[in-house]
Design a protein around this ligand. Sequence first.
Ligand code: SPQ
Length: 420
Amino acid sequence: MEIKKIKRARGVLTVPGDKSISHRAVMLGSLADGVTEITGFLPGADCLSTIDCFRSMGVEIDERGDRVTVRGNGTRGLSKPEKTLYTGNSGTTTRLLCGILSAQPFDTEITGDASICKRPMGRVTKPLALMGANIENEYCPLYIHGSRLHGIDYKMPVASAQVKTAIILAGLYAEGETIVREIEKSRNHTELMLGAMGADISVDGLDITVKPADKLSAVNVVVPGDISSAAFFMVLGSIMPNSEITIKNVGTNPTRTGIIDVLKDMGADITVENERVSAGESAADITVRSSSLRAVTIGGDIIPRLIDELPIIAVAAVFAEGKTVIKDAQELKVKETNRIRAVVDEFKKCGADITETDDGMIINGDKPVHGADFKTYGDHRMAMSLTVLSQLADGVSTLDDETCARVSYPSFFDDFYSLG
Ligand code: SPQ
């Protein structure tokens, strides 16, 4: 597909619901007693995979675009699926399911697409095995034999919300208390939602303690817009001359707002207004106007707060004056594709001065860049980052496969072209 150029980037947008919160609302709603009404749900391919998996286990879920009703079966009410659970492209679905399924009184199989089959699952199966879980394989397909679990005290080797959440979910079923100790704070949507549903969960700095739960109480979930989707427009609006983009109702949970901090450090003109909080999740309207960006160094404990935004932050760095260093981001290698290698290889095609490092990349910005024929590697965040890069580069660019954007942002191209 050729990326058509928009003449300006001005307007007001609402991005679709937060992917991480949408997954958790379906999963925890399925395990709760009562009816969970979800508004602002993300009807992207990944969250639809989560719905399919829970339907296969007997949960009644009515999906009407961004409104979803989940009639929970209770913590002990899932039934054995008739066939292998298919998680598509979704790491979140696959890893979080491992935590829940390892404690069920039945066996299950999980698999996903070619990308999922290459993503490491040992990071969840190993701590779950310490709890007594019996999961065959460290890559999909996974064979999960339902087992009796016991609590553990686990220090996480990586900063990962998916690993943390898989252990917490297993902890709901385990005998005794489960403690997860993070090395850096990762997104905390699970902790907030479980707390709202009445689970006995407490957080002390980087340590989370969860006790077994016989019952979770359904709550209605209002999902804010996904800051990871808003990020594409925050970067576009910062760089394109004469831009002014307002993105309404964006989730601003502090475990997710690293992109705002970094863009502000780069000199971006960003305002965050009308902040409000619902069930512990904050949301606000974000306005971004054109500015001149300067290079920064990004590393350390901010990385988990912006891990999914690093490809679009790399686009910002291409147009920023000076040398941007992204470090401590080796987790990017195990996403939908190796996002360090993919960003470096693709950005080089348009003339960007970018070098791969062991744990990130170095970008010498503010050099002329031209259009190119880009590959997305079937990765939604690559497709959308390359679209913004194509818009800002001189000349014509194409993407080999833009359809993967629907994993997290089905209306991305409509919203993008609506600005021009
Ligand atoms: O679900 P999936 O495929 O892992 O999606 C990604 C993404 O870019 O959308 C990562 F590839 O987001 C993860 C994120 O990187 C979603 C997530 C979550 O909802 O818990 C946590 C992060 O992953 P991790 O490995 O750091 O826990």
